[in-house]
Design a protein around this ligand. Structure first.
Ligand code: COA
Ligand code: AMP
Length: 634
């Protein structure tokens, strides 16, 4: 099987045009492309230039046209509201074409941006598809982000319309979204003309006359509208993700390459065909939700589960398994942190005893490194293949994976297996030379990236080049470090930048530091990601106070935690902070975050030759030990 995988991979690299033209035949085109790969503007590559198609047509209309209108497209499962219902492809078409009709009626046109700030309800998928239908570019913002983060994204995307809801439901209770939206719109310098608000029965939101419309009544009054043929290279969406600065990066995805790549991945990686049921237990605010709750499953005519709940506590750690059995899920995708949460609450798998998982063929894990313990526990408990796979918001679909629908290979714990066809992955040293097998280095991908990957950063080609392409000309810098073994299995071990991964959520330590420095008592701040048994990593902040500050430590810490929650949002999970007299820095003033992280996690480290004051490492170690991290004896 490894040979079969490698042969397909070699074909994709040696004959990319033939390979992707073949894959492109699996979707419907309005007009065929002029060239499969246009490299005339390298390093900006364009897939299927000249081709015209519509992503919504391929994800919705064509299934109805081909007689699958009565099949379930979306299965909504919401343990937090005690509600479950299904939506057929025919019903989806009706909802999406009317919502698109509403957008058209208020003047939203091809190329306009639409921000979607919504919880995990089917209307969120309708909203994305309605944008795709008319060529508006959607930008979904995760509900766990605060008003300020939403405002930053509004200012960058400059939407004509925002779609939102009165509330989300978290285990802690109802989370009002509308006040966050109102606050974000007050903070944003870009003025938004129209907001469409879904009022949920758990909480009615007050609507502002002129600007806000009620979702149900607006859509009921709107005409149906058809799909607009779009250039394959037209943007489908912008999805903001954390970079190393506080300003998020707007990853731009095109229409044609995206539809082709996702369709290919559903079959080859996830082993999902038309009529199968697929479940990605993530949130539409993340790339996993875009690719594998909404677009991927619908493009192949599968049934996708939309789950509004958590792996534990809604109501218990058996919720995932019961949902899989009830809806006959064939492939299931979640984050390792969700498995760790279930393992913590149900270590012996008692909740599996009365559940028949006969329908389930494979479990896929991604979003963070899958530690071998989590892998083995899932394999032993579920008795199914558990497949780690590696990708990023930027790539939009897996870069390294086991092709479960084509040629499954041996699973090696800690590895997301082999390079997926389309991606030529190298591990290089700082000079750009390939390192030997089992030697660590920076993980890069040779250009061109395959279809479906980012085409640029929204309105910022320079940042795209600087962030990803300039360090190693001809290669895309993933930002991850790792190694390959002698069989080509990849091991992704850490980030090379200041991005941390908290419960599968990607966050920027730079953004945390910006927020901490807003506090009047703080002169300087450093935030690192430290190991956490449940969430993989959690942020830990060390602050240096301004001279003469008299706040007591407990009060200061509470204020700093509240500030991060208010400015970044609850998803930041910021609960570890302490004041220190001084931070360790190089003589040129760079904070030694990597060394601090090693101390916190009890990893070995060398005293940096350029350190300004070696005593600062003792200060930090003592503080971290007091916080329950660095072991004082190491
Ligand atoms: N809207 C509003 N608030 C949200 C939110 C949303 N969409 N999503 C999360 N939050 C809030 C939570 O309520 C919580 O708030 P709290 O501090 O008041 O309790 C906070 O953000 C952190 O949430 P979360 O990361 O979910 O942590 P948790 O401690 O509540 O739950 C896990 C821990 C492991 C169960 C949870 O992180 C999880 O299910 N992880 C899976 C991650 C995943 O699927 N990632 C996608 C990548 S594949
Ligand atoms: P995001 O863009 O939020 O999907 O985060 C992408 C980052 O998460 C990657 O660059 C990795 O650092 C990490 N990541 C995702 N999946 C894996 C995996 N399977 N193994 C190791 N790290 C992963």
């Amino acid at each position: 099987m490894k040979q079969k995988h490698k042969q397909l991979h070699a074909k994709s690299i040696n004959q990319p045009e033939e390979f992707w033209a073949d894959a492109a035949n699996q979707i419907d085109w309005h007009t065929c492309w002029n060239s499969v790969l246009d490299d005339s503007d390298a390093p900006f590559y364009r897939w299927f230039a000249g081709g015209k198609m519509n992503t919504c047509y391929n994800a919705v209309d064509r299934h109805v046209a081909q007689g699958r209108g009565e099949q379930i497209a979306l299965q909504y499962v919401s343990p937090v509201t005690d509600c479950e219902y299904s939506i057929t492809y025919r019903e989806l078409l009706a909802q999406v074409s009317r919502l698109a009709g509403y957008m058209d009626s208020i003047g939203v046109k091809k190329g306009d941006r639409v921000v979607i700030y919504m919880p995990m309800v089917p209307e969120t998928a309708f909203a994305m598809l309605a944008c795709a239908r008319i060529g508006a570019i959607h930008s979904v913002v995760f509900g766990g982000f605060a008003a300020n983060e939403l405002a930053t994204r509004i200012n960058d995307a400059k939407p004509k319309l925002i779609l939102s809801a009165s509330c989300g439901i978290e285990p802690s209770g109802v989370v009002p979204y509308k006040p966050l939206l109102d606050d974000a719109l007050l903070q944003a310098s870009h003025k938004v003309e129209h907001c469409l608000v879904l009022n949920r029965s758990q909480l009615e939101a007050e609507l502002l006359p002129q600007r806000d419309r009620d979702w149900q009544s607006a859509v009921a009054a709107a005409p149906d509208i058809g799909c607009v043929p779009l250039d394959a290279t037209d943007p489908l969406y912008v999805l903001y993700t954390s970079g190393t600065t506080g300003q998020p990066k707007g990853v731009v995805r095109d229409n044609g390459g995206h539809a082709v790549a996702l369709t290919w991945s559903m079959k080859h990686i996830y082993d999902i065909d038309c009529g199968n049921t697929f479940w990605a237990a993530s949130d539409v605010g993340w790339v996993v939700g875009h690719s594998y709750i909404v677009y991927g499953p619908l493009l192949v005519g599968a049934t996708s589960i939309m789950y509004e709940g958590k792996p534990i506590g809604t109501p218990d750690p058996g919720a995932f398994w019961r949902t899989i059995a009830k809806y006959k899920v064939k492939s299931f995708f979640t984050a390792p942190t969700a498995i760790r949460a279930i393992k913590r609450d149900d270590p012996n798998g008692n909740y599996l005893q009365d559940v028949d998982l006969g329908c389930l063929k494979n479990v896929f894990l991604a979003g963070e490194r899958c530690d071998p313990d989590t892998l083995h526990w899932s394999e032993d408990t579920l008795k199914k293949p558990v497949i780690d796979h590696w990708w990023q918001t930027e790539t939009g679909w897996p870069v390294a994976a086991n092709l479960m629908g084509y040629a499954p290979v041996e699973v090696k714990a800690g590895s997301p297996a082999l390079a997926v066809p389309g991606y030529q992955i190298d591990v290089v040293d700082v000079m750009g030379d390939e390192v030997s097998a089992n030697e660590s280095g920076n993980v890069v991908i040779k250009l061109p990236l395959p279809p479906g990957t980012l085409t640029t950063l929204w309105q910022n080609e320079q940042r795209y080049q600087d962030s990803y392409l300039s360090m190693y000309p001809g290669y895309y810098l993933t930002g991850d470090a790792g190694y390959k073994d002698e069989e080509g299995y990849l091991y992704i071990m850490s980030r090379i930048d200041d991005i941390i991964n908290v419960a599968g959520h990607r966050l920027s330590t730079g953004r945390f530091e910006e927020v901490l420095c807003q506090h009047e008592a703080v002169a300087e701040a450093a935030v690192i990601g430290v190991k956490d048994a449940l969430k993989g990593q959690v942020p830990l902040g060390l602050v240096v106070l301004k001279h003469g500050v008299t706040l007591n430590e407990e009060q200061l810490n509470q204020e700093l935690m509240a500030l991060v929650r208010q400015e970044i949002g609850p998803v930041a999970a910021f609960r570890l902070v302490s004041a220190v007299q001084k931070l360790p820095k190089t003589r040129s003033g760079k904070i030694l975050r990597g060394t601090m992280r090693n101390i916190a996690d009890n990893q070995s480290y060398k005293m940096p030759a350029t350190i300004e004051d070696p005593a600062t490492l003792d200060i930090v170690r003592n503080t971290l030990t007091r916080m329950g991290y660095a072991d004082a004896h190491v």
